[in-house]
Write a protein that binds this ligand. Structure first.
Ligand code: URA
Length: 214
């Protein structure tokens, strides 16, 4: 059964998605999966065929690799939430178009606003360039690629949101270059885990300071 007519999708950001060609041609809207209360949000590119059929992100070959990669760093879908730049599958898995990114990302930003993750991990070039361009789609093509920015944390402020961005190689790209990219992904995830631990400590400190004040 398709979720396209779900009454949950009656808000302005979803209406933007529903007004486009991708929505008309997809089977399901792929919102996300994992723990909405997690500290880490992964953002991929777009649903593929299997994701479109199931209505869940990362269930095909890239998803199986993501499961393995998470396991290798001791994490599971309890520790992360995963969504995509696009909510609907582009035909033949072609690259997202600028107007599609403009129409679909307000919903993603709404998810970030609600979830308040400590760290956003952009998976691969599309998601990384979107955040590096602070959501300005026209500036995406002039951003550096994933090979030069993976594992490098930076503070991002956009649309009233503030979070730490840590770009990671896309699990689909790792399938084609396992020997070289798997260890890099694992090292980058250690940086993500460290960031979460440090932010956790900062918050504990702030609470203690508040306790002293009152
Ligand atoms: N690749 C992505 O970027 N997202 C998915 O949901 C599946 C594959």
């Amino acid at each position: 059964m398709s979720n396209k007519n779900s009454s949950e999708f009656n808000f302005p950001e979803a209406e933007l998605v529903k007004s486009g060609e991708l929505f008309r041609n997809c089977i399901n809207v792929v919102v996300g999966k994992g723990n909405v209360n997690a500290d880490i949000l992964f953002v991929g590119e777009a649903p593929g065929r299997n994701e479109d059929i199931r209505g869940e992100p990362f269930v095909g070959a890239a998803g199986k690799n993501l499961d393995k990669l998470l396991l290798s760093v001791g994490l599971s879908f309890d520790d992360i939430y995963v969504a995509n730049i696009l909510k609907c599958r582009p035909p033949e898995n072609r690259d997202p178009l600028s107007e599609e990114i403009r129409a679909h990302t307000p919903w993603l930003l709404k998810q970030i606003r609600k979830m308040k993750p400590k760290v956003v991990c952009s998976l691969g070039n599309y998601a990384t360039k979107f955040f590096l361009a602070r959501g300005d789609v026209d500036k995406m093509s002039s951003q550096p690629g994933i090979t030069s920015v993976h594992g490098k944390p930076r503070e991002v402020e956009m649309n009233g949101l503030r979070f730490k961005l840590i770009p990671l190689f896309h699990p689909a790209a790792i399938i084609y270059n396992r020997t070289k990219l798997t260890p890099l992904w694992e090292e980058d995830m250690e940086i993500v885990k460290r960031e979460i631990r440090e932010k956790g400590n900062v918050e504990v400190k702030r609470v203690e300071e508040q306790k002293r004040l009152f």
